[in-house]
Design a protein. Structure first.
Lengths: 214, 265
């Protein structure tokens, strides 16, 4: 369960504080697939980052009784001078997971060949994205945060990602942030719309989409 | 699920130890890599610095106002400067390149500081130990009269260095001025830190002013441990303890503030 209680987030600017999220309440149960819709700048990513614990709320709190991933396929935490393998080991150490049995999976899944043992600063953006996705699959989270469509690599690789996430992990909770109707419709049971800092929740995706496009 | 949310204090401690361990490996791999002498740079770099100072001061023999062996004087003095100056240098702006790590909820600002500073402390300590043993072996230094005083002095200086570094490191996240000002300030502090003189050799009216600087106390204690009855050391470890404790609290409070407002890209 993830419980978001009276959550607000303000950012300081030189023209005074800007309220990005105001008084948001939401509960996500184990296994639920929830979409969050909103225009650019509506605060979708901020909400995801708060749920992930990357940033701290200005007011309110989030209670997590299930483990929550970092935003999927995020590659920012990789250190360029370390190899793909070093970065995998680092993530495993941080989350307290043994890495010995993960090396084979990541090496195979990310299709980096001998570059797996080269510094990530030598990777192309595609290689980086493949490694990031593979490493995201290594830690066994109860809830995955998915910021925008996961579209990594060619169509064959995308199919592989799709199977890994939506087939092998279909029992997990997932929170999707997107302005792509099709994507939300395909994966979510319910959805909410962020508008001017407020969250409007709907029990079915169609109603949310209708509200979103008004 | 195990290890993914902080619950009890004991559990938090286990997570923090794990995270700091992971950061330590990452930092040292990134900094020293797997090329040429690798990890040896950890203490070879500060050793080279200290050796230059020893050579320089040996050539200017006698200017420190006593007839103590110059090598021992320079090694104790300069090693102590390395502690607080290098540690602060690593912490100021040190969070910037590591901010994206905070995408992993369990990695916190204080963990990044602790990992970075541990490496710096280890390097300075190994450099000091290796040089002391080396110079004792070739007869340019005598064994300390009271090794416990040396160790206590070093511990207090290390604490001061750590507290100062965390304080400045956290403050530098809130204001860019810190980084700009610390350059000249650390330059001024070097001659005032006691590295190049004994407090006793200074004019009496100047001594009280010098003893305002906490690192002078730690260094005087260390030198008393080394030279014992040959010098008259001035220190007040109570003063240094209080100074360190207050600085530690300010540093932790600042780190808490930046953790609350940090926005990793």
């Amino acid at each position: 369960m993830i419980e978001i209680v009276n959550l607000s987030k303000h950012y300081p600017t030189r023209q005074g504080a800007v309220a990005v999220l105001q008084d948001i309440n939401m509960t996500i149960a184990p296994g639920e697939k929830v979409g969050i819709l909103g225009n650019n700048g509506a605060g979708k990513s901020t909400l995801i980052r708060l749920i992930g614990g990357i940033e701290q709320p200005t007011q309110g709190h989030i209670k997590r009784s299930m483990s929550v991933s970092w935003p999927l396929a995020f590659a920012g935490g990789f250190q360029g001078r370390l190899t793909g393998l070093d970065n995998l080991k680092f993530i495993c150490r941080v989350y307290g997971t043994p890495f010995e049995d993960k090396i084979g999976f990541v090496e195979d899944f990310a299709e980096l060949g001998k570059y797996f043992k080269e510094p990530t600063e030598t990777y192309s953006s595609g290689m980086m994205a493949r490694l990031a996705f593979a490493i995201s699959m290594v830690i066994d989270f109860d809830c995955f945060l998915i910021d925008e469509v996961v579209a990594v690599g060619d169509s064959r690789f995308q199919q592989k990602c799709h199977d890994e996430l939506f087939v092998n992990r279909k029992d997990r909770a997932m929170i999707f942030v997107s302005h792509n109707d099709h994507y939300i419709k395909e994966h979510c049971q319910r959805a909410a719309v962020l508008q001017q800092g407020h969250l409007h929740q709907f029990d079915d995706v169609e109603a949310a989409l209708q509200f979103y496009h008004q | 699920m195990q290890g993914t949310h902080r619950s009890t204090l004991l559990h938090s401690w286990a997570i923090q130890r794990r995270v700091i361990g992971a950061l330590l490996i990452r930092e040292s791999l990134t900094r020293y890599g797997r090329h040429n002498i690798g990890f040896l740079w950890l203490f070879v770099e500060p050793m080279i610095f200290t050796l230059f100072i020893v050579a320089l001061w040996t050539m200017m023999r006698g200017s420190h106002g006593s007839n103590l062996p110059i090598a021992a004087f320079a090694i104790t003095g300069y090693s102590s400067v390395l502690l607080w100056r290098n540690m602060s240098g690593r912490a100021i702006g040190g969070l910037g390149p590591n901010k994206t790590l905070m995408y992993h909820r369990n990695v916190r600002a204080i963990d990044v500081f602790i990992a970075r500073l541990s490496i710096e402390l280890l390097g300075a300590t190994m450099s000091f130990a290796v040089l002391s043993i080396l110079f004792t072996f070739i007869g340019m230094m005598d064994l300390p009269e009271d090794i416990l005083k040396v160790l206590f002095g070093w511990f207090m200086l290390a604490w001061f260095g750590t507290a100062l570094a965390i304080f400045l490191g956290a403050l530098s996240e809130r204001s860019e001025a810190v980084e700009k000002i610390w350059g000249p300030v650390s330059y001024i502090l070097f001659p005032l830190s006691g590295a190049a003189f004994l407090v006793d050799a200074m004019p009496t009216q100047f001594q009280d002013f010098l003893l305002l600087f906490p690192m002078v106390h730690g260094l005087e204690l260390m030198r008393e441990g080394y030279f014992g009855s040959a010098i008259h050391a001035h220190y007040d470890m109570g003063y240094m303890t209080i100074f360190n404790a207050v600085l530690t609290l300010l540093g932790l409070a600042n780190t808490r503030i930046i953790s609350k407002t940090a926005t990793p890209r």
